[in-house]
Design a protein around this ligand. Sequence first.
Ligand code: AMP
Length: 409
Amino acid sequence: MTTRAPKGTIDVLPPESGRWRMVLRAFDALAERYGYGLALTPLFEATELFARGVGEETEIVSKQMYSFTDKGGRSLTLRPEATASVVRAYLQEGRRGVLKCAYSGPMFRYEQPQAGRRRQFHQVGVEYLGEPSPDADVEVIEVGYRLLEEAGLGDVVVLLNSLGDPADRAAYRVLLGGFLQARAERLSEDSRRRLATNPLRVLDSKVDAPVVADAPSTLDHLGDDAAAHFGRVRAGLERRGIPYEIAPRLVRGLDYYDRTVFEYQARSYQAAQDALGGGGRYDPLAELLGGPPTPGVGLAMGVDRIVTAMPEAMGAERLDVFVVVADPVRRGEGLELVGTLRGAGLAVDLDLGGRSVKAQFKVAGRRGAAVAAVVGAEWDEGWVTVRAMATGEEQTVPIAEVAAWARAH
Ligand code: AMP
């Protein structure tokens, strides 16, 4: 037996990877349309970045980090998320003002693997730095929503909440702490521990949902500024036709959020009620990392989960043309036609194994070719026989017209 992929990781190969390619491309195009440039940051960072940025008391930092000491004695960690890295890069370069950027890549968390939960998973996300306006929140939420739409997920709802400003949140924390303390004996062991360190996280707990169902809501304890901000986010979403529900228990696991937090859920993806993505405003983060006050809002989408939730038929492998070589002596001409069609921007392939015509047609079908172009004796007169795979319609056309015929079929 050869070595297997580590626990909690997957391999993605064709044809299944067609769906991945579709989502990654859709995200890339969306990010560009919405004005987000590309950000590339290291896959590993100083451990301290996540301890300070994400928060010592979070599950991600306290339990799930892939940390190691390198040969130089530095403590490094495979990134569990990308926001801290992007903000670090912004601060390290001494940037000021607005920076909009998008990222895509693997993240690492030492989780108990289960459906929708892996140790290496792929996120795409955007960060909108330096902009306090609630319209930035709306834009970021819209990017994620449109991505899910493009992935064929029409049944998505945005769960929306506001954590308020840091002062609101501190006061709420005390209030919530009191509420939970009074019910401590009904809470799970995990939640009792969190009660002392990070009571907001208890609201995230699935097992304790019944106990926290009537906990006080952050929304009833927003200061005027945070309440006005939240009102404008809601109005903006309504203007953009993005369906949302107020989710008073949504707090998200990371420490750096303030004001708006959100998650995307799809009725077609119900595994453990897990979100397809989420994000929020993180105005305190830059200062936590030792930088000047810098507002920011961002989102991260879980590509593994989106791909699982997508309609089966989407992202199927397809080719515009499969070139069938009727006689092995025509291999050279076949390759010439493939080259011409690829040069014309079409997705084209052929079989190099010298298989029979029948077998080549079979491969053409399996590979999702729209058109088969047969290179045979008529090549010498400048002709190729083309066949629309779906209908069986067949025609003999001049070599120079194969591309146009394929585009029309
Ligand atoms: P988070 O910031 O932790 O909410 O992560 C944002 C999104 O990334 C989630 O909504 C998931 O879609 C995805 N995600 C987070 N953790 C995992 C994981 N362990 N395995 C697969 N996807 C994940």
